[in-house]
Design a protein around this ligand. Structure first.
Ligand SMILES: [Zn+2]
Ligand SMILES: [Zn+2]
Length: 340
């Protein structure tokens, strides 16, 4: 079978590997049909990921068809269409015991710490595999995972119907969060420096947009919220100064959610946090969000179509990377197709 392996930063090769075989009772073998390219795949390829090791088969957003299951697997059978949760945890550490397996002490993410989905066949524990209705097209099934990340953010924010949410940044991840907020009945104020991105945010259902290059974000949010501030602010831009901005634009007793992975200092005073009694919470990957997101896909409440801008045959991954690099404003989610 063919696999896409980053052998060393900057080099991705189409290589031949042995097809996986069932070893454990709960193993599932999946024939991969489609996979989404994520920003973190690109940072592993470029060598800027703080967590990746090499060589690595990348890819953590993927869907496929079950071809074989171990003797102990009851909820899946060959022919099922499935999506895979790439978050692998130990299930026995203190953190897993506390129900926070997405930040497990022994966390391994497929495509990052262990080989991922950019290969024709994958073997994985059945607890990471979720069936999805066969009427969901493969290209859409590929990107259930990024919406689980969005669902994690909204759950960390405790977002409820009627809330006003500030989302700093209007890139692709911000748009997926916006879509989930809309399902939950929250109103989103989106910011960005790029006018085209703000127009796109409106198309995706933003309540208001703020051009952070020419408008003062904090005072605009106050104006839009009767002087109080947003119930929840999400820092999806993660460029350092957005954290303070998000905190200042949040009402007392509100929540600020961070999702960046930068290790540079994001300055913020204790006064801002304490005087408003803000909760500042990180959000990473997803914690049991696949069932909910799959339901939203199946019911049609969540339609990922507008996020998918490009499709490439999987061995053409370098062309896909090139498109993402040279035309970032018009390229959102690129899906790799494994069937010709
Ligand atoms: Zn991703
Ligand atoms: Zn654990």
């Amino acid at each position: 079978m063919k696999v896409l392996r980053v052998t060393t930063p900057g080099v991705i090769e189409v290589q031949d590997d042995e097809k996986p075989v069932i070893e454990l009772n709960d193993d599932v073998i999946i024939k991969v049909k489609t996979a989404g390219i994520c920003g973190s795949d690109i940072s592993i390829y470029k060598g800027t990921s703080p967590v990746a090791t090499y060589p690595r088969v990348i890819g953590h957003e993927f869907a496929g068809e079950v071809v074989e299951v171990g003797a102990g697997v009851e909820h899946l059978k060959p022919g099922d269409h499935v999506v895979v949760n790439p978050v692998c945890n130990c299930g026995i550490c203190r953190i897993c015991e506390k129900g926070r397996g997405n930040v497990c002490a022994n966390l391994e993410v497929m495509g990052v710490h262990r080989d991922g989905g950019f290969r024709e066949y994958v073997k994985i524990s059945s607890k990471n595999v979720f069936a999805i209705n066969k009427n969901i097209p493969w290209n859409k099934a590929a990107i259930v995972e990024p919406y689980t990340v969005a669902a994690q953010v909204t759950s960390r924010g405790g977002i409820e119907k009627g809330d006003t949410v500030l989302i700093c940044g209007s890139g692709q991840i911000a748009l997926t969060i916006l879509q989930v907020c809309n399902i939950l009945g929250a109103k989103c104020i989106m910011t960005d420096l790029v006018p085209d991105r703000l127009s796109r945010a409106v198309e995706f259902g933003a309540y208001k947009t703020i051009n952070s290059g020419i408008e003062d974000v904090v005072s605009r949010v106050k104006e839009l919220t009767d002087g109080i501030g947003a119930d929840v602010s999400i820092d999806a831009a993660c460029v350092g100064k957005t954290l303070e901005q998000a905190a200042l634009a949040t009402r007392p007793g509100g929540v600020v959610v961070t999702m960046g992975f930068h290790d540079t200092v994001a300055p913020i005073t204790e006064f801002i946090i304490t005087s408003r009694e803000l909760d500042i919470r990180g959000s990473r990957l997803n914690n049991n969000k696949f069932p909910q997101v799959i339901k939203w896909f199946e019911s049609g409440e969540l339609d990922p179509t507008k996020i998918i801008t490009d499709e490439f045959y999987f061995t053409k991954i370098e062309d896909a990377f090139e498109k993402l690099k040279t035309d970032p404003e018009n390229t959102m989610k690129v899906v790799l197709m494994f069937d010709e």
